[in-house]
Design a protein around this ligand. Sequence first.
Ligand code: GTP
Ligand code: MG
Length: 287
Amino acid sequence: MHIHWFPGHMTKSLRLIEENLKTVDAIVYVLDARAPLSCINESFDKLIDGKSILFVLNKIDLADKAKVSAWQKYFAEQGKNVIAVTSTEKLSSSVFMNALKKIEKPKVSKFEAKGVFIPTRLMVLGVPNSGKSTLINSVCGKKSAITGNKPGVTRGKQWVRLSNGMELLDTPGTLFPDFKDQQKAQRLAFIGSIRDEVVDQEELARELALCLMQLYPKEFMQKYSLTQTDDAEEIMRQICKKRGFLLRGGDFDMERCSKGLVDDFRKGKICPVTLELPNENTNERAD
Ligand SMILES: Nc1nc2c(ncn2[C@@H]2O[C@H](COP(=O)(O)OP(=O)(O)OP(=O)(O)O)[C@@H](O)[C@H]2O)c(=O)[nH]1
Ligand SMILES: [Mg+2]
């Protein structure tokens, strides 16, 4: 399959991010813990170089704990700030808040010494649907930022001020202008960062089935009573049988089956999943 999608409004979003970068002290880079590598937008690398960055591995409730630990270790070993959270859960807000305080400390100390208070400003970045707005809401005590279970919910920028004076800039989720790395694109589609309307859902489900059979065979087979096979069509037929996804006349209802599989995956109903480890090469073509 080939995913090539870069909506017009995203050029605007990238420009917005670029323009506002100079007004912020640090970056909060939100990565979906199910595919952290795929969530890294290399076109930001140069832009944010030199800024303090807090990497947030979000949605760990849906992710593979051992692999999330490997990711934390990977960032920490490079001297980077990293936390792993479930931003929909209350407990995570203090983890995030403490990390924010650590990030702003050098600046606060510098100004405190001069007897002045200048609020720290942070920009929250990441691919669509990674949980940026939810993370912001977790520390501001009210639903300041609009959230939603689909990509592209936040449009335009929104500043949110916290009770301690810190200011967080919510930004629209951004993708890459050019999906050279199709495996990345596919993984972003699996986790719901690319609009379903622009991706063939039956093809996506077949790719997901193959991926799960490879990475989490035991859990995947158990969930749908599958027998081992590397034939994606066969996996889908077996799921149809198990779930009774049949059309009138007895044909398999592949549309319903595809939606069902992708939904189960996104809701974490198969098993906790992380699709990639640090330093993996995702450059193979996925067609
Ligand atoms: N399971 C789970 N869901 C989460 C978590 N964080 C956010 N979500 C859900 O993910 C969806 C997207 O969250 P948003 O905060 O709107 O994501 P966003 O990054 O702001 O998305 P855009 O504005 O579209 O770029 C929502 O349905 C959230 O409830 C988490 O830690 N775990
Ligand atoms: Mg948002």
